[in-house]
Write a protein that binds this ligand. Structure first.
Ligand code: SF4
Length: 374
């Protein structure tokens, strides 16, 4: 597919003009600090702009420079990331910052080769940061820009196929202007987020509709080809809050996989036809503990990819045993107050809040009861 020079000039001019008038006001666009742009790009992966803004501001208050995050503890970085999900991003950010700091860099350098070798920097992130921070003439391709390009050039093949994707990268490069590349790349993504939306694109307000093949063919709703919906799978889990002398058992997940390095109350899926009691006994046996009778604490429902998880949470008092890691990285007995310092996944934080609330009620009950009886 050939993009003529006049097509390129017209598309880039229209998009840049539109972007300067319509771009959302977001904190990472206030200057061209490469570190800030990098943090924003990492947070924005899989996450909406409105969700990212408060996290970005809080994160930058605590870690205003690359040196600050490089010198921080991984657990603290995860704690500041908590709630954004996809924690691998935070760990890669922290590792890359340490690597750069150790190499004497005070920010992300204007060097594509160095940046691409860092943890968490794929083709998109490297190009997005360097084009916005240094106006490097490199293209970007993510979900929003991909949708715009497919419609603009009438691409009816599946953009998840490797060859189609490579074609899209080439088109993304072919329409780059000579200057203001960072703004242009952001404009392409912003157009996809605000105008060329997945359903019901606002073509009448689109600055590039004169060039758009989908618009001229009326095929906006068929392009891009959608992925087949994957069937959801229901999973039942049991979680146990084990208490021992005003402390609770937390375990730390391994270095790889889902929620790597985060902390949690022990939990696992029930086996087929397994009762809650049997699943709880199996869980306690796996972590090497015996407890008194368990009492129900909460039921927490959440989703991870295609899995719809129902986690029944129990509370039990430690009797005997030594904690066995059973695949976990480490464990800790901590007080309810210290829960705030440990990075937990969203469902586990909900469980922690529920525990705090029930503890508070129990304490209030203990305080109130003498008055009531007196
Ligand atoms: Fe998207 Fe419509 Fe603009 Fe084409 S004209 S790029 S389909 S918003």
């Amino acid at each position: 597919m050939i993009v003529t020079p006049s097509q390129r000039q017209s598309i880039s001019r229209r998009l840049l003009t539109w972007f300067r008038r319509n771009a959302r006001v977001v904190p990472w666009r206030s200057n061209r600090d490469p570190y800030r742009i990098w943090v924003s790009e990492v947070m924005l992966q899989q996450t909406q702009v409105a969700t990212v803004i408060p996290y970005f501001e809080r994160f930058l208050r605590r870690f205003p420079t690359l040196a600050e995050i490089a010198m921080a503890d991984e657990q603290e970085v995860l704690r500041y990331w908590e709630g954004l999900g996809y924690y691998r991003r935070a760990r890669s950010l922290w590792r890359a910052a340490r690597h750069l700091n150790d190499g004497g860099h005070q920010t992300v350098p204007d060097d594509l080769e160095v940046v691409r070798a860092l943890p968490g920097f794929g083709r998109y992130t490297a190009n997005a940061v360097l084009s916005q921070a240094y106006d490097r003439r490199v293209p970007i391709l993510e979900a929003n820009s991909q949708r715009v390009l497919c419609r603009l050039f009438g691409i009816k093949k599946d953009p998840r196929e490797a060859l189609v994707r490579e074609q899209l990268w080439q088109l993304s490069e072919a329409i780059l202007p000579a200057r203001s590349v960072g703004d242009f790349n952001q404009a392409l993504m912003e157009l996809g987020a605000l105008v060329c939306t997945p359903s019901q694109p606002k073509c009448s307000a689109c600055p590039v509709r004169a060039h758009c093949q989908a618009n001229s063919q009326g095929s906006q709703n068929e392009i891009p080809v959608r992925a087949k919906a994957t069937a959801t799978v229901a999973v039942n889990e049991v979680a146990i809050v084990v208490g021992r002398r005003n402390q609770f058992l937390l375990v730390q997940r391994p270095d790889e996989g889902l929620w790597a390095g985060m902390w949690e109350f022990p939990h696992h899926p029930l086996e087929s036809m397994e009762s809650l009691d049997a699943g709880a006994r199996r869980l306690l046996s796996t972590i090497g503990l015996e407890c008194g009778p368990s009492i129900p604490l909460d039921v927490i429902r959440h989703s991870v990819t295609r899995f719809r998880i129902t986690m029944t949470c129990l509370q039990a008092t430690y009797r005997v045993g030594v904690v066995r890691l059973a695949g976990y990285r480490s464990f800790a007995w901590i007080s309810a107050e210290d829960l705030a310092h440990y990075p937990l996944s969203a469902p586990q934080r909900r469980l922690a809040r529920r525990l705090m609330a029930s503890n508070t009620l129990a304490r209030q009950g203990r305080v109130r009861s003498p008055k009531a009886s007196g």
